[in-house]
Design a protein around this ligand. Sequence first.
Ligand SMILES: Nc1ncnc2c1ncn2[C@@H]1O[C@H](COP(=O)(O)OP(=O)(O)OP(=O)(O)O)[C@@H](O)[C@H]1O
Length: 620
Amino acid sequence: MSASQAEAPVSPAPMASGAPDGASGEEAVSPKPSKDLGPLRMVWRAAVAYPGRLAMAGAALIVTSATTASVPWGFRQVVDKGFSRGSDPATIDRWFETLLAMVVVLAIGTAVRFFNVSWLGERVVADVRLAVQRNLLRQPPSFFEENSPKEISSRMTADTALIEQVVGTTVSVALRNAITAIVGIAILFFLAPKLTGMLVIAIPVVVGPIVWFGRRLRRESRSSQDRIADIGAMVTEVLGAARIVQAFNQEVRESDRFAAAVERSFGTALRRIKIRSTMTSVVTLLVLGSLVLLMWRGAAGVASGEISGGIIAQFVLTGALVAGAFGSLTEVYGDLVRAAGAASRLSELLNERPAIAPPAKPIALPSPARGQISFENVTFRYPTRPEVAALANFDLKVEPGETVAIVGPSGAGKSTIFQLAERFYDPQGGAIKLDGVPLTGADPAEIRQRMALVPQEGVLFAASARDNLRYGNWGASDEAIWEAARAANAETFLRDLPEGLDTFLGENGARLSGGQRQRIAIARAVLRDAPILLLDEATSALDAESERLVQDALDHLMQGRTTLVIAHRLATVRQADRIVVMEGGRIVELGRHEELTQAGGLYARLASLQFDERAFAGEA
Ligand SMILES: Nc1ncnc2c1ncn2[C@@H]1O[C@H](COP(=O)(O)OP(=O)(O)OP(=O)(O)O)[C@@H](O)[C@H]1O
């Protein structure tokens, strides 16, 4: 074993260090080891779905291990028969040809093994990611309140990378080395029992320190990567808030804070470098030193005619292989334990059953849709806040085509109505019915098909304008898209985009203004063409022109649809057929704008605060 080989098990191979410790970056959810290897069953199940690949990988593994173990034997033959004085040239040729053939088999076998094993590793990870994401998309919003998308994302990258490492590397390395070690030791005993005795003592002496150094080095690399992640996080935070930093004259303090982080990172790197330098020297000394000692001892045997030079060559090479195999095997368990931890966390995501699922026999909603929605004595508490009733004995029947505005102070339960209407949660009491069918009896997909949601902030995807517009209706033609854009007052700015509908809108539509994003959201709802509209008016102030365009677009959208609108604008409440005034999850007032204003209750107070005061004063 050469010094560089000896270092190999600890040198940060891309998967070994990059994935779990490095790639996860700042919010590294450090995969905690699981002592139980049981969760790896899931990985095995994913791998056996590809029996052909497994068989190819297994066959190549056996062939390469066997060839590796016999290469030293080939060398022995070459040394003994190929280099002897007066050897027959035909014999020389034969042995060198045999050795070459072994090299060719090893080269091809290694490529086949590497390809198939790595293929399996990547495929298993791809399948696990697909299955996890598919299951996650079935989960109601409550799931994402308890499991932050940031953490899930780290599981999908860091944890899957650990699994990829196990399938694509660890298992193959383990099997290969186990075969090499067993076959190698048997050969060694057969060759020279006395020397093997010495070797068996030498292996732990050589491998032990290498493993020990390797572990320390890996620990240090990990903390080094954590320190680098700290630097990254600090750069993002401080530069992201550069204006605030400068406005509060905090440049010097931020520089100092950054300098401290950089020095911490340097300090950690220094520790790692020191360990690595010591390790290189110790490993060289131990590995090459023990080889010299073995050969020295062997030389005596050759001199006395006990053994041949070829046997010494075979012995030294096989010994190096066996020692290397033991070194690698000590790493395997740690990798398996870490991957088992990762697999168990991924299994949780994979096996999570959605709290809201379609019933076994969903009741079909009447067709054509009428667009009536009723809340009957609904009481609802969020699972994470069972002490507060977000809705209490809430009763409201919205007739087809009616526009009902919902107003109330913050926390009154307005958004909760939308959440329940879309069946993201089920109420604990009462019933919600769509065209007379209880939501719990229908398929959630069918319910949502009949609703179009326009949220406060237009949520856009990092995709083209076209895909953002037809998000709820992928079959829409460009003509229909333009028509919707026109209805949503979005046509002009869409036409001005450099590549029209093909223009990429950037992360969450970063290339558009707030009002433009809202109008895209409205156009999306127009294309969705659902009988019920759930509209959460934006609270963020738009300039007068933008406001008018958005309002206009909404008026268009509401025509002929049942509309539930969380209202923040005077124009909306004035036009509403009814206004529901909520407080503490209950309806406290119900009526039209004029009636409620005159009543002088909560609505009148809210309205004077919430809506444009001058306009309101003029009205009242
Ligand atoms: N996901 C949630 N988990 C737990 N409690 C929640 C959740 N969402 C809302 N709540 C609580 O339920 C109550 C009603 O909230 P809701 O969001 O419906 O109010 P809102 O009238 O829409 O308020 P705002 O105008 O501020 O958006 C509040 O007490 C709120 O704190």
